[in-house]
Write a protein that binds this ligand. Structure first.
Ligand SMILES: N[C@@H](CCC(=O)N[C@@H](CSS)C(=O)NCC(=O)O)C(=O)O
Length: 852
């Protein structure tokens, strides 16, 4: 490319992590792209963009970094219209998810994506359109390469990536890495092909080198990876991250919508279209509400929740997943611990400040006291001196009066003496006046000094007021002390929780290893695994809920969760447009419906407790259903594919549920319209016919079945439903319950909720809203900051936590559970009356009431 045609190019360096950030821009249009920007140098980079007058379009990360936090999330808040981009294989959220062959265009230039996994799964190399330069991220470093010992690293993959995707570029193509630890800045393909000490070796030698690097883990890995997975999450606790990293805070003010849009922009062109865009969603919830798909690093491998006959390879698969999950859990909890430590530090600093202020006030009080006594003493001495001077004056006067009456011979002598006495007296007077002046000056000077003191008693402030101020400050100090203690306690609990959860995973792993060892010993054919499954009933049936529970919990959960729902669901299999339909539609033609619907429906719809469910060809059976147990070679089942289909089915189910609710609403409206009409003695309207959209057909079939509808229609959908009247009719003393605001359409009040990922308890303002058909929760009663929602369609049941499954609940006796189809919420009311009301309110959103 001719010089004039080359883009603007800057190589920037962040010295703590030795990271290179690159800025490229079109000289004419000023459209620009930034590669791998770092949090620590955010201000510098934004300033440069501004100074160069660039229109920064895309901030791209070559992968999810482990050694530093990307600044893309915060940069988006500072530069309007900026979109973030990262490989779709990275697991991280971004506006644009990149795939092989995608082009990021800026002006007449473009960067083409080459997937170069190996350091991580989601590593890409970005090649400038004319092949003159490439940005290799951590795949290829100068005379080195990225390590492969974490984040799904694979030496083999890396070797192939570099040989096939980087070394095939032109010899003179400049290569710009994401790091250099020796002060080098650039290399070329030719140089690296010749001199790279690792990549000039054979594959096996390379793998051996990589396996023996023994590098220490990056220092910030525990904070960086979770932060980089969700770099623009509005609720990401940046302040706490800054505290943890001891960095100044950046301005966090901005709307939440930017990162959620996730729309493909015109300057990104995709080679293979049809990919889903980046993460999007109407409402996000860091506490992972049922509306948010769990894409965090704590995502539970769904395959583990399948009730399948375990084969050794599947057990091995589970063990691998447990290992991975353990790592991820550790990272997440360590991050939370680091953040808590940051908060604790801040609180301690606050406490220190408040204590200092209290001390200053107390010292001021002492000073005032001392000053009063000193001044008093000095005044006394001054008065004594005044008396002495006056005495001298009087003596002189008396002497002067006496002289004329003295004999002539003595008068001269006496006059001389008087003269001397007068001089002494005058000197004493002057000295006294000076002293008095000094004292007065000093007093006024003290007053001036006091004026400047923050802690001085205010004008006219009495000692009593000062005492009050001190006791107020003492109270502030006590409160701060309490907060510090609370944080310390929370931190301890978090440490314990981490231990507990890791122990649970360890135990699970031990059991799986034990189970794996049992197989060859017993020499049982796979078809006989029914005995094994019944002896270890929970091993392959770990629901996402059980995974993160302390060891004793799975059994509790098993006792409480499927309870009513399992049988209930059986009855309702036909009345919900559930995943089966969605799944079948997406199956390849070659796979039979039966083979797929059985296992997945038994997992999804009946939580594995579906007695007597047919297993089709016996691919999967519930582990407690001995009679139905059949094994099949796991090679028939591509678990990853099943996971993918489950996710698709889940999305489909959500969509259909929404369609169903909308239909039900329309139906009801039409019904009430019909009733109105019939009351006017008009002929009854015919039952509304389903619309013709194909995607809604299942939903229509379901809810138009008169019998199922009659029994399963949630109460809030009944015509003229009055929530308050309903609750009152159940005998609750609504009027005397001051914790709730209950109207005919809404119920609102504070509840304490357990977090989804990190199990901390937080007070939230809950709003049960029949108009919007959702139970939403906000940070506060001003309902401005939405934290999450449970759509009514998703709510399955509400029950008291009588088994005390919510460990560490602040009030176990006031804890109840709301079960949505994919999550269990633990909520704590402030008193028993409001808890009962809340439960009765929420249950109106479900079809549960029909069973009571
Ligand atoms: N000391 C640094 C981390 C250094 C490190 O591990 N670098 C990575 C790239 S960043 S994850 C790497 O792949 N190095 C390869 C090598 O051969 O050095 C820190 O603590 O952050």
């Amino acid at each position: 490319m001719a010089k004039s045609e080359a883009p603007i190019f800057r190589q920037l360096f962040e010295s703590e992590s030795c990271t290179y950030t690159y800025l490229l821009a079109d000289k004419i249009t000023k459209e620009a792209v930034i590669i791998d920007p770092v949090l620590e140098t955010l201000d510098r980079d934004v300033k440069l963009v501004q100074e160069l007058g660039l229109n920064l379009k895309v901030a791209v990360n070559t992968h999810c970094h482990a050694d530093h936090i990307t600044s893309t999330g915060l940069m988006k808040k500072k530069i309007q219209g900026l979109k973030s981009a990262i490989s779709k294989h990275s697991g991280a959220s971004a506006d644009i998810q990149l795939s092989e062959g995608d082009d990021i265009t800026f002006g007449k230039h473009r960067l083409t994506v080459r997937e170069t996994p190996g350091h991580t799964n989601g590593c890409v190399t970005l090649v400038l359109g004319d092949g003159s330069m490439a940005f290799t991220g951590d795949a290829l470093l100068i005379r080195g390469c990225g390590r492969t010992d974490f984040q799904q690293g694979s030496a083999r993959k890396l070797y192939h990536s570099i040989h096939e995707k980087v070394f095939k570029l032109p010899e003179d193509c400049f290569l710009y890495p994401a790091h250099d630890y020796k002060g080098q800045t650039v290399t070329t393909v030719g140089e690296e092909r010749k001199y790279n000490p690792r990549l000039t070796k054979s594959l096996d030698e390379f793998v051996n080198i990589m396996d023996n690097l023994n590098l220490p883990k990056p220092k910030k890995i525990d904070i960086a990876v979770p932060a980089n997975l969700e770099p623009h999450h509005q609720a990401f606790k940046w302040e706490r991250v800054f505290q943890a990293l001891k960095m100044p805070q950046h301005n966090m003010e901005n709307s939440r919508s930017q990162w959620q849009q996730g729309l493909r922009q015109p300057w990104i062109t995709r080679v293979a279209e049809g990919q889903s865009p980046a993460s999007s969603g109407a409402e996000s919830d860091t506490e992972s509400s049922s509306t948010e798909s769990e894409k965090s690093c704590l995502k539970k491998p769904e395959v583990r929740s399948l009730r399948v006959l375990p084969s050794p390879s599947m057990l091995q698969h589970c063990i691998t997943e447990i290992n991975q999950q353990k790592e991820e859990l550790k990272i997440e909890l360590q991050l939370e611990i680091a953040l808590l430590q940051g908060e604790l530090q801040t609180e301690k600093k606050q406490l220190h400040r408040h204590t200092q202020k209290l001390l200053a006030l107390q010292q001021a009080r002492e000073r005032v006291k001392h000053k009063h006594t000193d001044r008093h003493k000095e005044r006394e001495s001054l008065e004594e001196e005044r008396h002495r001077v006056e005495k001298l004056k009087r003596r002189c006067e008396e002497q002067e009066k006496l002289i004329p009456s003295q004999p002539e011979s003595q008068r001269q002598q006496l006059t001389l003496q008087l003269q001397q006495q007068k001089e002494a007296m005058e000197a004493a007077v002057r000295a006294f006046e000076d002293w008095e002046f000094r004292v007065l000056e000093q007093e006024s000077g003290i007053a001036d000094e006091d004026e400047d003191r923050e802690d001085k008693p205010k004008e006219g402030e009495s000692e009593g007021e000062m005492e009050k101020e001190i006791s107020r400050q003492q109270h502030v100090v006590n409160m701060a002390q309490e907060r510090v203690q609370q944080f310390e306690k929370q931190l301890k609990e978090m440490e314990k929780e981490k231990e507990r959860e890791l122990n649970a995973l360890r135990k699970e792993k031990r059991e799986l290893i034990h189970a794996t060892q049992m197989v060859p010993k017993e020499k049982k054919p796979l078809t006989d695994w029914s005995n094994f499954t019944s002896s270890v009933p929970c091993m392959m049936s770990l629901s996402p809920l059980t995974v993160h529970k302390p060891p004793q919990e799975p059994s509790k959960e098993a006792a409480s969760l499927p309870r009513r729902r399992s049988s209930h669901r059986n009855n309702r299999l036909s009345d919900r447009p559930l995943s089966v339909q969605g799944l079948v539609r997406t199956l390849p033609d070659s796979q039979t419906t039966e083979a797929y619907t059985s296992p997945i429906s038994s997992h999804r719809l009946s939580n594995g407790h579906r007695p007597g469910s047919t297993n089709g060809d016996g691919l999967f059976t519930p582990c407690n259903s001995e009679a139905n147990s059949r094994a099949v070679s796991p090679c028939l089942l591509d678990l990853v594919e099943i996971e993918k289909r489950l996710r698709e089915a889940k999305a489909e189910r959500e969509r259909l549920l929404r369609v169903r609710a909308e239909r039900q609403r329309l139906l009801l409206e039409e019904r009430s319209q019909g009733q109105l009409n019939s009351s006017r003695e008009e002929p009854p309207e015919p039952e509304p016919q389903p619309r013709s959209e194909p995607e809604a057909s299942e939903a229509i079939q379901v809810f138009s079945s008169p019998s199922s509808e009659k029994h399963s229609l949630p109460l809030f959908l009944t015509p003229n439903f009055d929530l308050r009247a309903h609750v009152e009719s159940l005998g609750h003393g609504v009027a005397s319950c001051m914790d709730l605001r209950l109207t005919p359409r809404r119920c609102a009040g504070f509840l304490t909720k357990r977090g989804g990922r990190v199990k901390t308890w937080k007070k939230r303002w809950f709003l049960f809203d029949t108009d919007h058909k959702r139970l939403a929760y906000y940070t506060d009663c001003d309902e401005r900051k939405l934290k999450g929602v449970m759509y009514f369609q998703a709510i399955e049941e509400v029950y008291y936590d009588h088994l005390r499954t919510a460990t560490s609940s602040p009030r176990p006796s006031l804890t109840f559970c709301v079960k949505t189809y994919d999550r269990l919420f633990f909520l704590v009311a402030s008193n028993a009356v409001s808890m009962r009301i809340w439960m009765d309110v929420i249950v109106t959103a479900t079809d549960e009431h029909s069973r009571y």
